[in-house]
Design a protein around this ligand. Structure first.
Ligand code: PMV
Length: 360
């Protein structure tokens, strides 16, 4: 059976009248970045991320049988109706409908909340879309009790991907690969897999402090950014670089070689933003304080021999990554030298986590 065919649904003769499920699902931070896609949310290169622990979305999905054949749902954020989210959810429902035959049979209430402030500039699409995908899978599992854990996780990642590519990497943890790579067994474009090779204990419980530089809405959506890679003069080199970097990480993870890890992770972050700078039209998501923080991290490393390094998402915030054994000294550095460069002095301490879990 082809990988995609396995996710086609069974037909169910009866479905329950109503019910509720609830999942908590984390955000993730890519070490090798996904930037550029084709087809239905298929990546142009393989990527790898640390799943986060503290930045997460909790989504409860209530469902009740209804008449008619349309999609019916309402979205609530922190208890308040959020109609602004509904067009995105409708698009998601339309995309995933072939995999969930019950979708038009229910009226859904989607109650969602994030552990991080809504206006923090932290993208909630990875955690939000993965939480919703997991809720839908839980409904399917209640109708298909023989479903295995592996199938559940793979299909959840597959469905999350159709909402937001990076969401496919939020189901499990702490390291998830998404996208076909010849040197990573089991890797594929349809869903994320747990990184299958040895990881040195220096990378266990890796720390990520998110320095909130700019808490506004992104000026350029990641959808548009991905699209601009279709006709981009450096696209082919970039995709090849990402795949090379993922391969280079294998001995680094195994041997715990932090100095080499830093080189790759920082280069990936800068390449991502270099693609934005060189797009047509070009766009710049970094802010002056993004660059100032990057400089201070590099100086701190030179002066102290620390292994702290930065990475960036599609925004101005800086993720400061460091091993657990350096926690005290790096957190002092943040307080003394970086906090003042953050909007309202705000940052979020996070660390690599194990993925989503069901809470109801
Ligand atoms: O999942 P999307 O479509 O929002 O893309 C996000 C891409 C980056 O966050 C910039 C990189 C990544 O691999 O997560």
């Amino acid at each position: 059976m082809s990988l995609i065919a396995q996710f086609q649904p069974h037909t169910f003769s009866t479905i329950p009248e109503d019910g509720s499920v609830c999942w908590q699902s984390p955000s993730n931070i890519a070490l090798v970045k996904y930037w550029g896609k084709h087809g239905q949310q298929l990546p142009r290169n393989a990527s790898i991320s640390f799943t986060l622990r503290n930045c997460h979305t909790t989504t409860a999905l209530h469902y009740q049988k209804k008449e008619g054949n349309d999609f019916q749902f309402e979205v609530f954020l922190d208890g308040k109706r959020e109609e602004g989210f509904e067009p995105k959810i409708l698009k998601f429902f339309e995309r995933v409908e072939p995999y969930f035959p019950f979708l038009r049979k229910y009226m859904f209430q989607i109650e969602t909340s994030n552990s991080f402030p809504h206006s923090s500039g932290i993208a909630s699409s990875a955690s939000g879309m993965s939480a919703l995908a997991l809720c839908l899978l839980s409904i399917e599992r209640s109708l298909t009790p023989e479903m295995t854990e592996d199938f559940f996780n793979q299909k959840a990642s597959f469905i999350a991907r159709l909402g937001s590519g990076s969401a496919s990497r939020s189901i499990s943890g702490p390291l998830v690969v998404w996208g076909t790579h010849p040197k990573v067994e089991g890797s594929n474009d349809l869903f994320g897999i747990e990184y299958p090779y040895p990881v040195h204990h220096r990378f266990k419980n890796y720390q990520d402090t998110i320095l909130l530089v700019d808490k506004g809405e992104k000026q350029v959506s990641s959808t548009l950014g991905h699209d601009l890679m279709n006709d981009h003069p450096y696209a082919q080199n970039r995709f090849a670089e990402a795949n090379k970097n993922l391969e280079k990480l294998q001995p680094i993870f195994e041997g715990g070689i932090l100095s080499e890890f830093i080189k790759i992770v920082e280069s990936e972050a800068l390449q991502l933003h270099a693609m934005m700078l060189a797009s047509d039209p070009s766009f710049i998501l970094m802010k002056p304080n993004t660059l100032e923080i990057i400089q201070r991290i590099r100086t701190f490393r030179e002066e102290t021999g620390s292994n702290a390094c930065f990475t960036l998402d599609a925004g101005a915030n800086v993720h400061l990554l460091y091993p657990e054994f350096e926690k005290e000294r790096v957190q002092d550095f943040i307080e003394n030298q970086l906090k003042s460069l953050c909007a309202n002095g705000e940052f979020i301490h996070d660390a690599a986590g194990m993925g989503a879990f069901k809470i109801g």
